[in-house]
Design a protein around this ligand. Structure first.
Ligand SMILES: C[S@@+](CC[C@H](N)C(=O)[O-])C[C@H]1O[C@@H](n2cnc3c(N)ncnc32)[C@H](O)[C@@H]1O
Length: 235
């Protein structure tokens, strides 16, 4: 079955819904302290038992906006980092576009799963915490790609995530951000907690300049979900 059909099949969706109900009952599902929230991610991957339907954000394909962006911005051997890579689809797209790619996630189970899915991968998959990354990663990556991680965090993790991600970009390098968005000042009933413009633009407070952004919507049967793709450059 084609991947798109597989993730939209009734059976897959039924397993996803059952898992959602289980995941929502776990400690840290809707917040808690930083430790609870981080433990929740680990538990979701572990309890999935190898079934991607049980990992709510696993599309089993790279984000379409990322693929479009990469077609216009090939890597030509430059270094890329995928932040909180989950099951690895976006990291694989970065490598396929010619970036020498590293990818990390807090959940060691996610990293093991990504390696299993892509056994011939050129991506260097590493278990790691955004808030405790190797010192020599600071300023080391020509492209840093962040998709859906910040929106999965509440303050204080969220406020700390933005400078932590910004610090990874090399001088002259690019940060590519993909996130759900919400109107300035509106409440978020997360998770996820979509970013307000003032939040995603605050990368500009951490040595990055906004070069381009694109608002877009993803259609769901019952609603549309506002998103942004934003490209920043470090001077
Ligand atoms: C909503 S998922 C998004 C995964 C992937 N980026 C994607 O687009 O499919 C958020 C990911 O962030 C990871 N994560 C959460 N806190 C983290 C941290 N402090 N450091 C690294 N990864 C973290 C989780 O394990 C999870 O894989």
């Amino acid at each position: 079955m084609h991947n798109d059909d597989y993730v939209k099949s009734g059976d897959f969706l039924a397993r996803r819904e059952a898992a959602r109900q289980r995941n929502d009952r776990l400690t840290g599902a809707t917040g808690g302290d930083a430790e609870d929230r981080q433990a929740w991610f680990e538990t979701v991957y572990l309890e999935a038992g190898g079934d991607p339907a049980a990992v709510p954000w696993a599309d089993l394909a790279p984000k379409a906006v990322l693929v479009d962006w990469l077609a216009k911005n090939p890597g030509q051997g430059r270094r890329a980092l995928d932040v909180a890579c989950g099951l690895g689809d976006n990291a694989e797209a970065l490598a396929a576009a010619g970036y020498k790619t590293s990818a990390f996630d807090l959940a060691s189970e996610a990293i093991a799963w990504a390696k299993k899915r892509f056994p011939q991968s050129a991506v260097d998959y590493i278990a790691g915490d955004l808030f405790a990354l190797p010192e020599d990663w600071k300023g080391a990556f020509d492209l840093v790609h962040e998709c859906y991680t910040i929106q999965a965090m509440k303050d204080p993790l969220r406020a700390d995530a933005i400078p932590a991600i910004a610090s990874l970009v090399a001088p002259g390098g690019t940060l590519l951000l993909i996130s759900r968005t919400r109107e300035e000042g509106s409440e978020a009933d997360g998770p996820p907690w979509p970013l307000m413009p003032s939040e995603w633009r605050s990368f500009e407070d951490h040595g990055l300049t906004l070069k381009h952004f694109q608002d877009y919507e993803l259609a769901r049967p019952d609603r549309t979900i506002p998103h942004v793709l934003a490209e920043f450059r470090k001077s």
